[in-house]
Write a protein that binds this ligand. Sequence first.
Ligand code: ARG
Length: 454
Amino acid sequence: MWGGRFAEGPAAVMREINASIPFDKRLWRQDIAGSLAHVKMLGDSGIVSAEDAAAISAGLERVATDYEANGVAEDLTLEDIHMQTEAKLADMIGPVAGRLHTARSRNDQVATDFRLWVRDAIDQADAALARFQQALLTRAEEHADSVMPGFTHLQSAQPVTLGHHLMAYHEMIARDRSRFVDARARANLCPLGSAALAGTGFPIDRESTARALGFDGPTRNSLDGVSDRDFAIEYLTAATQTALHLSRLAEEFILWASQPFGFVSLSDQWSTGSSIMPQKRNPDAAELVRGHSGRIMGCLTSLMVTMKGLPLAYSKDMQDDKPPVFEAHDLLGLSIAAMTGMVESATFRTPRMRAAAEAGFSTATDLADWLVREGGIPFREAHHITGSAVKRAEDLGVALDKVPLADLQAIDARIDERVYGVLSVDASVASRVSFGGTAPARVRAAIAAAREGS
Ligand code: ARG
């Protein structure tokens, strides 16, 4: 299609390094949609005749039908999806196909196609994350009262509820969704009509093509229009942040499913066996979600590094924008679906969680707080007294609320039997009623608010 000034064809490796059809064939729907909008505008503006525009539109519909039925061939001589489609159109309707590319370049064409594709990818991610949030809400509600150890430094810190823990992930995903929504708003401007880089002398109507493709309007600078890939980078940023959150939950599931923890049993559907050790139920899906997050981050890095040294406007390096975006999209879709399935079907072993919360002296802070409240003791001193109580419990091999009163009073005479009211893990979580706290009533309120908002 650009052979006019060439005497020789490209070397075989040149053809291969140049071709993007093996991966950009995924853009075929967007490419057809962009061309349909473009040719309608060419017809409406009188740049091509109404008759030619109608013939080209009908031909493009036939190309789409053919792609739908047979897929897109990977013909390296046709380089990319844009050339592939134009060649097919010419096969079908003859030389009039050559009028389609009037007032257009592959540079604005690919920028438009890719924005349309990323916009769809954003919508898919958002819908999948909404389903994931529903799963979190359902399980959080079920476990609004289930006590588990809360950790800092992965050491038992204070008791929390499993519902509260799951709602923490609901918060992260809410931020992720808002990042996707935000990225979509900036992505939703149409570069079509920027042409190769400088705009065009044909009397095109960029507003109408932008509107026809569901964009909010045309991009404002033709150089930026063809060379901007922020929309793809922002998509990958949101995807990376999401993957990072999924990876943290995956890591917790892996840890919790291990025998020493025993907090969760993943369903058969989300576990795999070992070919040598018959007892094994491995959390492979969670491990792969954790692994995929690294690859998604790599995709973001890849595109940022591709873009950082490019002068304006289009350079062929930019063809490498698509593989990382496609890869991240595929990995993210799998990761969200897998985590949703795992959350929906996991069996939380609440007696184990409760026992672990009770075993870790996790109500020590409650004892110190009680001494401050009831005994008027300064917190630092209360902290010290509590430390001695924990030591005593450890020596006796019992939980804090099982240390006899006489032992506690030997440490500090100001302690009386009312202290047992705050030493149980249930009393501890019930007391954390501050906004955003783990008290079951608070967790239920947070779930109700989340349901209201979604
Ligand atoms: N396949 C190219 C890409 O994906 C399309 C744009 C080609 N433009 C050009 N001037 N060679 O970036």
